[in-house]
Design a protein around this ligand. Structure first.
Ligand SMILES: *Cc1c(COP(=O)(O)O)cnc(C)c1O
Length: 356
């Protein structure tokens, strides 16, 4: 028998979250962002659950081809465009829409033959300073794409650095609008945070990722408050129980010491499963649906939880690490990270299945 740990994926939750994104986006079309194996949820499964999207966005050609092999005929947006000249042929063959963010990519497109026309996105650097054309080169790139015989449409795009934070989007939005004022074409700007908090950025196409999986992009607003439902539940069981006297300690580094008699449940889940190693003692966990907290360090294959006040808890008692009843956002906060990282880091050794 395998270890008791498993992740279950709730397809209905994803469809529900997509409907929220669509409602929030007004009339904008929706790219469902499914990069990183659909944030750990399984690419093909997520694409099916998100069938109401207008297209899918990823950045890995292997993932894009997996979608085509799964029968996806909708548009696929390649968020980092092409990496090597040979990728140009893949764009035409599989009808992929590249984000063009550098003159090096423009040059690749010009030098290689596109056997069939494709759509393209042109990425503007509106202040994040990661990818995209600046005010000096955006016109050159736009002209080149417009003049390209096999590029049928050019959508102007940018990405926000702090749509969830104090800076917001106003500065980048203004700069994007001024840089692209003279450049015709549809627009795409909003990630989950922008589409939820700054609806004025929704434009023609939105690009939600995290919210589709039922997590919140905001530190000050929970997924539940946003009406989102968790798509992934990571669950396991207690595999051992320890009774501690006051003064006894738990786990590597003896980092936790009992100050009174305690019962500790040992859970089959560790950082090799994708549970964050930096989750501090006190991170919330559900044992038999009841909220308690971890004690001591996360080890490779196990964590420990305080079950002193849960007398019914024993070997075999079910545990929820995150998901239904306990948001991954909360666990992430206890580990000094974001739910994005937790979902994506789910280890390959954890069996993934769909809820019935
Ligand atoms: C990942 C990504 C998104 C989705 O972001 P979320 O915060 O998960 O909604 C949107 N746009 C681009 C360019 C991305 O790389």
């Amino acid at each position: 028998m395998p270890r008791p740990i498993r992740a279950t994926i709730d397809a209905a939750a994803m469809a529900h979250n997509l409907a929220i994104a669509r409602r929030q986006a007004g009339g904008a079309k929706v790219w469902a962002v499914v990069k990183a194996n659909a944030y750990g949820h399984g690419l093909e499964r997520a694409a099916k659950a998100l069938a109401e999207a207008d297209g899918y966005a990823t950045l890995d050609f292997i993932e894009a081809l997996r979608l085509r092999n799964a029968g996806v005929t909708k548009p696929i947006l390649m968020l980092e465009g092409i990496f090597k000249p040979a990728d140009v042929a893949l764009l035409a063959r599989h009808s992929l829409t590249p984000v063009i963010h550098s003159l090096a990519q423009v040059e690749m497109l010009e030098k290689r033959v596109l056997e069939r026309p494709i759509d393209a996105y042109l990425k503007v650097n509106s202040g994040m300073n990661r990818l995209g054309f600046t005010v000096d080169s955006v016109r050159i790139a736009w002209n080149a794409l417009q003049a390209h015989p096999a590029i049928s449409s050019v959508t102007m795009m940018t990405h926000f650095a702090d749509a969830d934070g104090a800076s917001g989007v106003a500065g980048q939005l203004e700069w994007f609008n001024s840089m692209t004022a003279a450049l015709a074409g549809p627009r795409s700007l909003a990630n989950s945070a922008a589409l939820l908090r700054h609806p004025e950025t929704c434009a023609d196409w939105v690009r939600p990722g995290l919210m589709l999986y039922g997590c919140s992009p905001f530190a000050d607003l929970s997924a539940e408050e946003l009406g989102l439902r968790p798509a992934m539940t990571l669950a396991s069981e207690i595999i051992a129980v320890q009774n501690l006297e006051s003064g006894e300690r738990v786990g590597y580094g003896f980092s936790f010491e009992a100050t009174e008699p305690m019962r500790i449940g040992v859970i089959a889940c560790g950082y090799a499963d994708g549970y964050p190693r930096h989750a501090a003692s006190g991170t919330p966990v559900l044992v038999n649906g009841q909220r308690t907290c971890t004690v001591g360090r996360v080890s490779m294959d196990m964590i420990c939880a305080d079950i002193t006040h849960l007398p019914e808890a024993a070997i075999g008692t079910p545990v929820t690490l995150w998901g239904a009843g306990l948001s991954a956002d909360e666990v992430a906060a206890s580990a000094g990270t974001l739910s994005y990282e937790l979902l994506c880091a789910l280890a390959a050794r954890v069996p993934l299945s769909e809820t019935a």
